[in-house]
Design a protein around this ligand. Structure first.
Ligand code: SF4
Length: 211
């Protein structure tokens, strides 16, 4: 028996019940392959689909599968200039489905996210008809405080490195509560409930994914 896999599964079972109390649909899958299959199963043909920047989405290999399927994609990486990119960010707010991960999740079922631009968080809060979150079980924390610590001292420095930002955390690996132009920590959003039942769907993955 793989004890870590079993641990993730047990933890997820409890978390799924806690999400349900918050109007958030959740399920558990064993691995990345099953996570990508579940994403595609949730999205209807011909739907408009967009996403926020995410190492997790990259790792599960969903982008090539989205491109091969019958969807209308709003992909900012196809923009020819910054004005087009901005336009895609705005169009994404009216997408049928918006994909993202969560920087952290409390074991009671709150989503904790920190963003620089805030386009990803805007979509999470309001706009897209459906938000699909894919998250490895390594992102689950005890409470809100530990979730924010996780984001600021682990996820954000790693993301700042990924995005080649000039922030103090890229040099030390922990947060300095910076106010530099490149900071990726302008907005912190705690999602404690979805007003629309089932609008947010969380796919918990029994693997370490993302930062
Ligand atoms: S140093 Fe700045 S960018 Fe890095 S985690 Fe802290 S607030 Fe965010």
């Amino acid at each position: 028996m793989n004890a870590e896999k079993e641990y993730f599964k047990i933890k997820a079972e409890n978390l799924i019940k806690n999400f349900a109390k918050r109007n958030i649909d959740a399920c558990f899958v064993e691995n990345s392959k099953a996570a990508a299959e579940k994403v595609l199963e949730l999205i209807q043909d011909k739907a408009t689909v967009s996403w926020g920047g995410s190492k997790t989405l990259q790792q599960i290999g969903i982008f090539d599968q989205l491109k091969a399927a019958d969807y209308r994609l709003l992909d900012r990486d196809t923009a020819k200039n910054s004005a087009e990119k901005e336009e895609i960010y705005h169009q994404a707010l009216s997408a049928d489905y918006y994909l993202m991960s969560s920087n952290a999740i409390t074991q009671t079922g709150k989503l904790v996210n920190v963003d620089g631009n805030g386009n990803r968080l805007a979509a999470l809060i309001y706009g897209p008809k459906n938000v699909i979150i894919v998250a490895g079980m390594n992102k689950v924390t005890v409470d809100e405080e530990s979730a924010i610590k996780r984001v600021r001292n682990q996820a954000a420095p790693a993301n700042a490195i990924r995005l080649d930002q000039k922030t103090p955390c890229v040099k030390t690996g922990y947060c300095h509560s910076c106010q530099v132009d490149d900071t990726i920590c302008c907005q912190t959003v705690i999602t404690r409930r979805s007003r629309a039942k089932g609008r947010i769907k969380v796919i918990l993955v029994g693997e370490k994914l993302g930062f």
